[in-house]
Design a protein around this ligand. Sequence first.
Ligand code: SF4
Ligand code: SF4
Length: 459
Amino acid sequence: MIMEKKDRKEFNRRNFLKIVGVGSVTSATTLIGCKPDNRVSVEGGSIGEVPTDRMTYRTNPNTGDVVSLLGYGCMRLPLRQKTDGSGEEVDQETVNELVDYAIEHGVNYFDTAPIYVRGWSEAATGIALKRHPRESFFVATKSSRSNTLESGIAMYHKSMQDLQVDYLDYYLLHSIGSSIEDFHKRFIDNKLLDFLLKEREVGRIRNLGWSFHGIVDVFDYVLAMDVQWDFCQIQLNYQDWKYATGRNVNAEYLYGELVKRNVPAIIMEPLLGGRLARVPQQALNMMNEIHLEDSAAKWAFRYAGTPEHVLTVLSGMVYMEHLQENIRTYSPLEPLNEQEYETLEQVTEILVNSDYIQCTECQYCMPCPYGLDIPGVFAHYNRCVSAGKMLKSSNDENYKNARRDFLVGYDRSIPKLRQADHCIECNECLSRCPQQIRIPEEMSRVDQYAEQLKQRLEF
Ligand code: SF4
Ligand code: SF4
């Protein structure tokens, strides 16, 4: 018999709650006092204290590491112009300030990679962390884009050198998933995995795992290998739970498989590249009916942190306000209840039926050889979708304001030479996008829309 829609929803909700273990969340939460030290206003968020000692922690069953539920993702760091005008550099003082604040407020997991922030992330993260006792943080980094044993080993040693550490707490085979052949080429045939397993044996790698973006066959294959994986990093958020797009697999499946094998999950993309922090007004209204003051980002972080096998949830926090709000959300975590989960199901229906370009702003497609700011163009477009400012026709009531907002915002956020009209459809970026976005086609779509507005054409 075909399940009615309502019954199906009920089943989905029960199933989710069963899988994630709501009601029996095994967090080691310290609840001794609270030092209010700041009150901030965050876009869409509530004003409130930022506790120093209420962070929710999860215990890694393999090593006993007690890890903060909020993990600091160093894939984005604050940048500034160099004083000699020769380009950008990491704003190290601000990085130090953010890292100090995070540690002071209970965050102890920092995730970086050799390729992050144009190759500057590890060194900047290392400088900031070096100012803290080694035992006060866990640092994670990755083996990215190497195909030979020599280049893989060189990358590993350079990571330790840049991070200024003599052991790594978490080491990942980075972004596996495009094909089993590719996985073999990068890690098995060249014996790089053998090398890394020996490094784990001697304690220079404390936890060995991998991050996944790709096809399910690779996930199943790697998980079933005769290797003890200490953790696995997956994309999990309320849209991807059942509606993963591009080269991603539904998080419901990925998480379920990790639970079966008792492999802790590290979560990336809890906000789906920021999109879940900027949901359409209709969706925000639904959330506000339950929690008037909570931001959409808080909902998304609570969702990602609720499943009990989640060790930590990564967030790339460039602004102090975001760090503060995320600390507040997990100090301590309030796991989602059934009513909240049902609301997020309804929000998901709105999101999957809207006009978004499914870009997570991961930057993997960059640099574009023709200078386009690919994630920036898509982010501007998506911001206008979120704000309900996309015009369906030139006869729309709000035509004048929406036209101005799109065009002015476009020029303000993206330099003219980096806008969609400069895409020559060379397809260089196509294979690099884990969301499998048809980038040149989407560029053309954004450009046509902008041109219609500029020329005041009817549509
Ligand atoms: S297809 Fe367009 S956006 Fe992609 S690399 Fe080529 S010019 Fe850049
Ligand atoms: S277009 Fe694809 S690769 Fe580029 S930033 Fe967006 S999701 Fe990442």
